[in-house]
Design a protein around this ligand. Sequence first.
Ligand code: NAD
Ligand code: TYD
Length: 328
Amino acid sequence: MKLLVCGGAGFIGSNFVRQRAGEHGDEVVVLDKLTYAGRRENLADVPHTFVHGGIEDAAAVAQAMEGVDAVVNFAAETHVDRSIAEPDAFVTTHAVGTFVLLEAARERGLRYLQVSTDEVYGSIAEGSFTEESPLEPSSPYSATKTGADLLVQSYTRTFGMETVICRGSNNYGPYQYPEKLIPLMVLNALHGDPLPVYGDGMQVRNWLYVTDFCAGIGHVLAHGAAGEVYNVGGPDECPNIEVVRRIIALTGADASLLTYVEDRPGHDRRYSLGSEKVRALGWEAQVRFEEGLERTVAWYRDNPGWWEPIRSGAYREYYERQYGSSLG
Ligand code: NAD
Ligand code: TYD
């Protein structure tokens, strides 16, 4: 199988390319704009062909799609806090980019998988979201991801195109950019920096180890029915404060680093994703949160060569803007 993986230089995309080109022996073309979150280094050990460009650029898309059998789209702006500060790129990539990709895939009769998120459903106090739950996104990130999902579904309903959507819960693991909760807390803990917990820290996330999500996407790509949505949720839920306490324990950091800061506006309280539909395709999560977190902390501890250039570059300006005033 020859796969086009858009956004394959990012966190989940690069883990997916590693799984497909390695375990599955697929031929992989990566199309990636290399934003702050995309890095060629993430794919240094993986055979692939690389095309540098945005999914909103029809010429780059046409070049990357040559001879492929299917398209998997990870390309996105992915950080909720950045979508609150600067939503522009979220609209361009998720709305225009998804449209350009869909048009090109339709012209060529390709199967298309859209990688989406549980955040399209909004927050749930009790129980779990199913694929039938209403879409009630809270942030510009999740609202534009929702728009992309609806556009993808319209291409099946209107044009009979073979599309599938995979909605994952919060991922964690190697190669995640340290703006997200787990890698940010791990690196701060290793450096003895404050650990900024938003609000009361009792927000709950449904943690999914990245290779489990990649395997779920593989199952849906192979066996999902056209026009259908598949939730892929992690096996464990955990309040943020508990995640941070576990990271303190695993790194041996000083508990006094824990610092409560102002809450995120529109902060979703709890995500929980029911995955019965993808289980029926034969998928099961393999990594429980306790084991996955240990592995993740060990990976960051053992790979300073991966994160040192990030922490000393433009990330510092982002970090200062996002946390400067609250952490003094
Ligand atoms: P990431 O931010 O690590 O990587 C995004 C990648 O997309 C980067 O390589 C970036 O350069 C590339 N990109 C951004 N805009 C682009 C554009 N216009 N054209 C081409 N490439 C572009 O993100 P991630 O965490 O790996 O997320 C990947 C996908 O999975 C996203 O669609 C996200 O919504 C979805 N998702 C993420 C999570 C999570 O917890 N991280 C959970 C569920 C779903
Ligand atoms: P994040 O990793 O940004 O993922 P998402 O918002 O997509 O779920 O955040 C996960 C949770 O951690 C979320 O409830 C916000 C919280 N959080 C903090 O408390 N402090 C932080 O510095 C960050 C980045 C997140």
